[in-house]
Write a new protein. Sequence first.
Length: 584
Amino acid sequence: MTTEDKKSKVKLRSAEWFGTQDKNGFMYRSWMKNQGIPDHEFQGKPIIGICNTWSELTPCNAHFRKLAEHVKKGILEAGGWPVEFPVFSSGESNLRPTAMLTRNLASMDVEESIRGNPVDAVVLLVGCDKTTPALLMGAASVDVPAIVVTGGPMLNGKLNGKNIGSGTAVWQLHEQVKAGEIKMHDFLAAEAGHSRSAGTCNTMGTASTMACMAESLGTSLPHNAAIPAVDARRYVLAHLSGMRIVDMVWEDLRLSKVLTKEAFENAIRVNAAIGGSTNAVIHLKAIAGRMGVDLELEDWTRIGRGTPTVVDLLPSGRFLMEEFYYAGGLPGVIRRLGEANLLPNPAALTVNGKSLWENCNDAPIYDDEVIRPLDKPLIEDGGICILRGNLAPRGAVLKPSAATPELMKHRGRAVVFENFDDYKARIGDPDLDVDASCILVMKNCGPKGYPGMAEVGNMGLPPKILATGVKDMVRISDARMSGTAYGTVVLHVAPEARAGGPLAVVQEGDFIELDCAAGRLHLDVSEEELQRRLDAWAAAQTVDPADATGYRSLYVKHVLQADEGCDFDFLRGCRGSAVPRHSH
Ligand code: FES
Ligand code: MG
């Protein structure tokens, strides 16, 4: 079918605003014309929204106005009209108490901005961790054609002539300060070289993971995940994405045709191959929930576990996103998987109108150290380990590639912290009753408990243990952890303590068994004793006054548990793009 044939078949959504010669058409067009837009731009051209998370308070996305300019060039070249608009920008590095608290808020902003406005399709400008899921969630609930353009990772960090990785270096250097291995002024001197260009964290943290997820879901053009933020090819990709979204309008290539169960299965497999962040478990579930795609924690076991991790990036491996792009980027990884028949659904459709496999089947790989062959993987048995048991009836996760193999089957005595403040107050206490075989347990850091489920699950070890040279201990909480972090860390315990999960009643001195191979997380107390403690816990609950008003009250009331993606209960599902009423 020619483009002209396609055009004749499509009724533009924006024409419901701009296409009538009456009072409403006058109002919609006239006010827009104050920006100097000639009348012919309203005559049947696709209006493309550029959904921009630019903010100087989200440093990872601070270069997005320039990125948007390149998208606009592409849209104009392809015969569309670009309209850029801001949406809430959840920036990971600055936002307290955690950017996760506002992911759903941002998604609401995105959904309502798209639906309420005269746009036929959207380009989603995303970068810092939460911005990717937030924009995909919001756009999915409207289901217009959408394409993701990521801001790209920072250049490699540098310290004393060596590469250092975003986030991962912070955790490592901080442990070295606490262990007395380096001085505070050396620690502080690392700041500038750590973040030395525009872009997102350059490790395989959550931002890079979610960029890879967007690409493997088929929602972006190939190579979108890895091109460095300051590489001119990032701007070429933005231009090409702008061109492509206009054709997607004529093809009616809406998100629901891309975000299928098959696409999510591909993404889960890719997450294992790249050694991706545990946060992807939550974000993919939330995006799938908006599209009505049924995704279960067990899908991560079924599809992800056993997949070799072949991308040798920090925090699991050695390199950074810059090397990943130069080595061939995500298309190279997908080619490796496909050639070994490890791509679950090669025919899944992507935004360029081709299948994932068509896009990647001859992708060049330039460096086998960075994108390793499947028979020489970084981790043979990658993926995300899903745990269940009486301590996590609705599941918990652990990232094997970031863990110590010997600790993945472990029985230890619980050292219990009631919340993050309690942990901070006591972890440095020389009298803390702890040895390296103990299990650090932290409560009340889940979606309702923190609230917002902060990235505090990778609790730093007690300094007196670090001083003995021990680098890892088993840690368990209902928190998340940064995708740049590492350790034998059990996260996302559900239900969380604040919601009355068994985690709430773990006591100092209890024994806990972790068995990753068996997918088991067990609190070694009798069923009767556990129930007795849970009843007593429930009877003692009161409402925290801080949860009684404001956005926080909405959040605590409606947030779902980690196994359901931490979306708000009332936001799940696709509500479509129709708005039958005019504004006046
Ligand atoms: Fe923004 Fe890491 S803090 S991507
Ligand atoms: Mg992060």
